[in-house]
Design a protein around this ligand. Structure first.
Ligand SMILES: [Zn+2]
Length: 191
């Protein structure tokens, strides 16, 4: 199967591929080309993460770019502490067949959005620290630990690979708040 990456677009809820558990993928030239296109789409939409099902491909792959938060007071960060976990990454990264191998820290609430759910944000509780195992585009295994927004982003993207959306995880209050918008997206898809 040859994929015309120029034709890839961000798929919107409630399309089926977003609700489908994705299959493992073997990185090759085409997978690399798709990943590069996904980074382009993610950046064009000002997102911090994008999973393959969001461009219509049922693959276990996601891209992420969580830049440092300029509003964070850098002076309060223990910069010279070698045990400090990464909370951001300086360049976009691609993760193939990722799995979370360890959850740690307290469950923390945060208002999440999703490029497949424009106009919707909802509060989702997630563990604050995760360890993820994946391969890169060359097939090299990587194990990374993250906290903060980066940890949250990874969990959100891996949920996509299992057909899970923030709609499935957000608090009851958030679900109520977004009820009208969700209904209108479902209606628009039927037209
Ligand atoms: Zn999403």
């Amino acid at each position: 199967m040859t994929i015309d990456t120029a034709k890839l677009r961000i798929e919107l809820y409630p399309t089926d591929v977003l609700k489908t558990k994705a299959d493992p993928v073997k990185p090759d030239a085409q997978v690399r080309e798709v990943a590069m296109r996904m980074i382009e789409l993610m950046q064009g939409a000002q997102g911090i993460g994008l999973a393959a099902p969001q461009v219509g491909l049922s693959w276990r792959l996601f891209v992420a770019h969580v830049p440092p938060d300029p509003d964070r007071d850098q002076d309060n960060e223990p910069n010279d502490n070698p045990s400090q976990l990464p909370i951001s990454c300086d360049s976009p990264m691609v993760f193939v067949n990722p799995i979370i191998t360890e959850f740690a820290g307290d469950l923390e609430p945060y208002d999440e959005g999703c490029l497949s759910l424009p106009g919707i944000t909802g509060e989702v509780n997630r563990p604050s620290i995760v360890t993820m195992q994946a391969t890169d585009l060359d097939g090299n295994e990587v194990t990374l630990k993250a906290t903060g927004l980066l940890a949250r982003c990874w969990q959100h993207e891996i949920d996509h690979l299992d057909g899970i959306l923030i709609l499935d995880k957000m608090t009851q209050m958030s679900r109520l708040k977004n009820r009208t918008r969700i209904k209108s997206m479902e209606k628009a898809a039927k037209r």
